[in-house]
Design a protein around this ligand. Structure first.
Ligand code: EPZ
Length: 417
């Protein structure tokens, strides 16, 4: 199994164009199923989760090809509606195909995505939203058999602003004649990006970014060309890396407005930030100071996906910071690995008290999940000595060329086969 070997203590410097957003391109690729024609997605990141999604599209009968930084999807010949269990297990976010398949074909069969490293990942809100639109969904031994029946638009209330349930309902509603109103919708920037793609394809969707989204469904969609937004969580990761290692970096291709909560924490910790419409420059000359409590929350609150990487930067800083993880039940699996690098972190349920130790030390550590693995890389950049980070498959789900990009910024990191 390959691993990253990182020698810490090298300040970062330089400019990096951030890749397209994983959590935006995945639902947009599912949305391509709604279009009986060819769609072109620019700024599509080269990630294993994206490759897995393209495999599912091909298996359903679509053409899906990468052409440079773009992906071309043609769903004209969409003919199948089953997503096999092994692919569902490989990537739980494939549940997003449910709404799109129901909208286009009136039928879908897939399997319960099951839990993942972050704990149970229920889909009850997805199913209740689709049933509200008229879908009949049978659950048999872990399989979901969905029939569109008489899909019609209506008002749907989400009890939790679930990102995936909001996206699934938006896609299903595009195939429902009449008006659908999503109340209590998630407000994440990735949902605004999905709306942007749907509008480019001729769908009548408005309100994304607010908690009420309105879809006038039933009209056929047309081929669209669209540029995916920059990945705000990848951006947060590189910024935390520069905070851990110190130095001065510039990120381009990402809007600072999509990660204001993260930027505020880094500024409070002592970083100097300068931003433009699609650029963020960070200068950090000393280890991060402790900051006010970091409570993860739905957007525009502090994003749960940035919790681990910020914790890693603070663990090697000065002072104490309290984290409270309010979104997922098991999102502190990186803590044990950070402790192996000398981190002082006390856990109590959803709370984690991080006491900066001034500098972490290198160790052999193991990625536990996508963002937890990235956090170990962040910690290693500022640590004394050399760190080996293994189980890279987790990291490669969501980061394109992480080692190459960090080397270009001056880090001493290489992948050892
Ligand atoms: C999306 O996951 C992201 N994934 C996650 O990013 C992100 O952490 C999460 O949103 C929150 O921002 C993608 O976009 C592919 P949720 P999703 O539904 O949609 C509960 C990463 O690292 N819930 O907003 O699955 C759920 O258990 C990944 O890139 C229900 O109870 O997240 C959680 O506690 C990790 N019932 C909360 O809602 C449901 O039917 C928020 O989950 C659905 C969700």
């Amino acid at each position: 199994m390959s691993y990253y070997e990182i020698t810490g203590g090298r300040p970062l410097s330089g400019s990096l164009a951030v890749h397209g957003a994983k959590n935006s391109v995945l639902p947009i690729l599912a949305a391509c199923l709604l279009v009986p024609g060819q769609c072109v997605l620019h700024n599509c990141p080269n990630l294993s989760d994206v490759s897995a999604t393209l495999d599912i599209l091909r298996l359903l009968g679509c053409r899906a090809d990468r052409e440079g930084d773009a992906v071309v999807v043609d769903a004209s010949a969409l003919s199948r509606w089953e997503v096999p269990e092994h692919l569902m297990r490989e990537m739980r976010s494939s549940v997003i195909f449910l709404g799109a398949l129901l909208a286009r074909l009136g039928t879908a069969e897939l399997f319960y995505p099951g839990g993942c490293e972050l704990g149970p990942r229920p889909i009850d809100l997805h199913l209740s939203a689709l049933r509200a639109l008229g879908a009949e969904i049978l659950e048999e031994q872990g399989a979901l058999v969905c029939r569109g029946g008489q899909l019609r638009g209506r008002e749907i209330c989400l009890s939790i602003p679930s990102v995936g349930a909001t996206e699934n309902a938006m896609l299903a509603a595009c195939g429902c004649p009449g008006q659908t109103t999503l109340v209590g919708a998630a407000r994440e920037p990735e949902i605004i990006d999905l709306q942007g793609f749907l509008q480019a394809a001729g769908a009548r969707v408005t309100g994304a970014g607010t908690s009420t989204i309105v879809i006038e469904g039933g009209a056929p969609l047309r081929p669209a060309e669209y540029r995916v937004m920059g990945d705000r969580i990848a951006a947060a990761t590189y910024l935390c890396g520069a905070a851990a290692a110190t130095g001065e970096i510039e990120l381009t291709g990402v809007s600072p407005a999509t990660l204001t909560a993260v930027l505020a924490c880094l500024e409070e910790g002592g970083c100097v930030l300068h931003t433009g419409p699609d650029r963020i420059a960070l200068r950090c000359g000393a280890p991060l100071r402790g900051i006010s409590p970091v409570r993860t929350a739905p957007y525009p609150g502090f994003p749960t996906d940035a919790q681990a990487v910020l914790m890693a930067a603070l663990a090697g800083g000065e002072g104490a910071t309290l984290f409270v993880e309010n979104i997922f039940d098991s999102r502190y699996r990186h803590v044990d690995e950070l402790r192996r690098m000398g981190a002082d972190i006390q856990l109590a349920g959803r709370a984690a008290m991080v006491s900066g130790v001034g500098r972490l030390h290198g160790a052999a550590v193991c990625s536990t999940d996508l963002r937890g693995g990235a956090a170990l890389v962040v910690a290693a950049l500022g640590a004394e000595g050399t760190t080996q980070v293994s189980e890279l498959r987790h990291i490669k789900r969501g980061y394109q060329a992480l080692d190459k990009n960090l080397r270009a910024l001056g880090a001493e990191i290489r992948e050892i086969p």
